[in-house]
Design a protein around this ligand. Sequence first.
Ligand SMILES: NC(=O)c1ccc[n+]([C@@H]2O[C@H](COP(=O)([O-])OP(=O)(O)OC[C@H]3O[C@@H](n4cnc5c(N)ncnc54)[C@H](OP(=O)(O)O)[C@@H]3O)[C@@H](O)[C@H]2O)c1
Length: 237
Amino acid sequence: MRQTRAQPSYGLVGSGQAARHFGRYLRLRRIPFKRWTRRSGVPAEKALADCGTILLLIKDDALAPFIKAHPFLKGKRLVHFSGSLTVPGVVGLHPLVSFAPKRLSLKDYERIAFISETGGPSLQDIFPRLKNPSYGVLPRMKPYYHALCVMAGNFPVLLWRKFFREFSRVTGAPASAAKPYLDSVLANLGRGPSAVLSGPFARRDAGTIRRNAAALKGDSYQPVYRAFARAEFRRTK
Ligand SMILES: NC(=O)c1ccc[n+]([C@@H]2O[C@H](COP(=O)([O-])OP(=O)(O)OC[C@H]3O[C@@H](n4cnc5c(N)ncnc54)[C@H](OP(=O)(O)O)[C@@H]3O)[C@@H](O)[C@H]2O)c1
């Protein structure tokens, strides 16, 4: 007997980093879904009519207006991936990862932890076939949780971008000369919570820290250096 193919019940809105990666993950796990983007050329209500669960993987500020502008979404189970927002009536699942343009392997996707809102559905409730680690955060703690994510994920990139630029300018060396330095820092960071701090901050060498900060006079990063010193020494006092 010929089997009829089950209709996909997942819909995915968006074509940015999160939508591309999560779509690839679903394809690798052979979980069917339909995709819609603003450029699809068909109305969302038509493209996603038969989808019971719709993932809104669009930028945070667009979530509420998008839901308001599409009444057909009422009666669907909606999911967003924002780490900081809590949207009434929408399941929040935050993939704890920094998606880059490079594609990941199935193994990499399966390692990503998903942080759901305590008391709400988890990733497994929405996708029973996905076995990623799942944890909960209280909705009121989401803004704090996300601030931590952004500090850890974005600040080092900003600091290293600054470093590579200025290193080449003041030494004349190519950025590649600093790569072993970066590798040693990354290897240390790879130890997780037991990463070792070295340098004047580890030695609490106030004189060097003062001179470093003074040397950054006129540089937009001088207040950043001083803020780190203040935050760190207040924490360990
Ligand atoms: N990127 C990450 O590493 C990451 C990690 C965890 C969670 N997230 C979350 O994932 C969600 C998507 O982020 P992203 O990084 O994928 O963003 P992104 O790469 O900037 O893509 C944003 C997407 O939103 C769409 N969009 C913007 N305004 C829209 C509107 N008014 N109507 C319909 N679509 C609209 C864009 O469509 P067009 O292409 O048509 O402009 C684009 O597809 C966010 O909630 C974010 O917090 C992202």
